[in-house]
Design a protein around this ligand. Structure first.
Ligand SMILES: [Zn+2]
Length: 457
């Protein structure tokens, strides 16, 4: 029975791709799961080396991309959902696509949406599970952050004994999920030279996951991630198994780092800017280490991996360099602001704010983002998207003058206006998720970037 359903679902995928609707990256899986809700486990049953899953609010696409590159460099051909279709339907579609691949793949590595994760974990019984971070994101879809942490806690309690759990030591609630679990690995950034002076306004989880007391930080690195401890019950950041000991940021161009693992060190320069990407590389190193890959192979893979679209990818558009930095929630937006500030030149920005389902309908999060450090550094900000006027208002309250901020709700006209801004630096585009898709479509239409569902396959 499975075969007929699989055939039907695959046909739907080909049809969908031909019609150009979203690359057909999740439709076949959606169909299959409707016909057979437990299909995921069956599709993955033949994978001898098991499945790896990576989840987080921020950074899962980049991290999965790096970890998949490490598996490939190790001579494996993992099934992956590199196009970012990270709900169970996207995972099912990737497994369906691979079902006819020869030789038969032995492993799979997926990035999974944080709310979809518990069900995907239940069905796939992963060999490796990497939990990176939880930030406030699209509250109208997920409800309370605390509830998500509790769902993850129940999920971890039910994990098979042979699953290697990998958690971020620097995210208090995520780190606490590994408490008492045998064989768990932790990762974190030990280098505190880029620490923030204080917790940003958008910091979410600064209460002790055990006793709810306010946490102390000796170093705040990204959002609420850093070196933390509880003054009341003594719970503290665990010493990471996998740790970034030396991180050197090279402007908006990338970073160099050393990640120490139990069997050696990964030293690499990557074309991914900002401290949040040091976390992504460290998490990917942890994932690859959990799969038994040696540090030399990991370093080789990390060095040669470029950015996913919208994650600091640099593209030439009409003769100007364009760098797209997804900014879909307060913590992510704060990191993009920090990243563009690494460029010493006068800055030209295109900020694109949409409020569709994938973005979250509530855009009030922009009031939690610290845009003010950009004051005096920005030569022009073009604001676009469904909620362009909300963003313009936010910037106006932040002290940005009308001579700097230009509003153009229609994205293509906005892109053209922003590209025409005088100056030799790149145009930095800071979009929400669906705004990123819209801008990518315009750029692809001009022949400047590959269509994303072919990306990385
Ligand atoms: Zn405590």
């Amino acid at each position: 029975m499975l075969d007929a359903r699989v055939g039907l679902a695959r046909t739907a995928g080909r049809l969908s791709r031909r019609l150009g609707r979203g690359g057909g990256t999740s439709l076949p899986g959606k169909l299959l799961l409707r016909l057979q809700p437990d299909a995921l486990g069956r599709l993955a049953a033949g994978l001898e080396d098991g499945v790896g899953l990576i989840s987080a609010t921020n950074g899962k696409t980049t991290t999965a991309r790096l970890a998949v590159a490490a598996l490939r460099a190790d001579g494996r051909s993992p099934i992956a959902n590199t196009a970012g279709a990270n709900l169970s339907s996207g995972v099912a579609t990737a497994l369906l696509d691979a079902a006819s691949t020869r030789p038969t793949p032995r492993t799979a590595l997926f990035e999974v949406d944080e709310a979809a994760l518990p069900e995907v974990v239940r069905q796939l019984a992963p060999r490796v599970l990497v939990l990176m971070n939880l930030f406030r994101d699209q509250l109208d879809r997920y409800g309370e952050l605390d509830r998500l942490v509790e769902e993850w806690r129940e999920m971890v309690a039910a994990l098979p004994a042979d699953c290697v759990l990998v958690v971020n030591a620097d995210d208090p609630s995520v780190a606490s999920l590994a408490e008492g679990r045998a064989g768990a690995m932790t990762f974190g950034v030990d280098d505190t030279s880029m620490a923030l002076p204080s917790l940003p306004h958008a910091a979410d989880a600064t209460r002790c996951p055990r006793c709810a007391e306010r946490l102390d930080y000796t170093a705040v690195l990204v959002g609420h991630m850093g070196h933390w401890s509880c003054p009341a019950c003594g719970l503290e950041r665990p010493q990471p198994t996998i740790r970034a000991t030396e991180v050197v940021l090279d402007g908006a161009a990338g970073l160099s780092l050393t990640v120490e693992v139990p069997t050696g060190a990964v030293r690499a320069r990557v074309a991914l800017p900002g401290l949040h990407n040091a976390y992504n590389v460290t998490a990917a190193t942890a994932a690859a280490t959990a799969f038994g890959i040696d540090p030399t192979t990991i370093a080789e893979a990390v060095r040669s991996t470029d950015a996913a679209f919208g994650r600091a990818e640099s593209i030439a558009v009409d003769g100007r360099e364009v760098v797209v930095l997804l900014a879909k929630n307060p913590a992510g937006a704060n990191e993009t602001v920090r990243t563009v500030l690494l460029d010493p030149r006068p800055l030209h920005l295109l900020v694109a704010l949409n409020d569709r389902t994938a973005d979250g309908h509530d855009v009030s999060w922009i009031w939690d983002v610290d845009y003010e450090p950009l004051l005096g550094r920005v030569a022009s900000v073009t604001v676009t998207g469904d909620r362009a006027y909300d963003m313009a208002l936010r910037l106006r309250y932040g002290g940005f003058s009308d001579s700097v901020v230009h509003v153009e709700p229609e994205p293509e006209r906005a892109l053209d206006a922003a590209l025409a801004s005088p100056g030799d630096g790149p145009l930095y585009v800071l979009p929400t998720y669906t705004a990123m898709l819209a801008i990518r479509e315009i750029i692809v239409g001009r022949g400047a970037a590959a269509a994303f569902w072919r990306d990385g396959r």
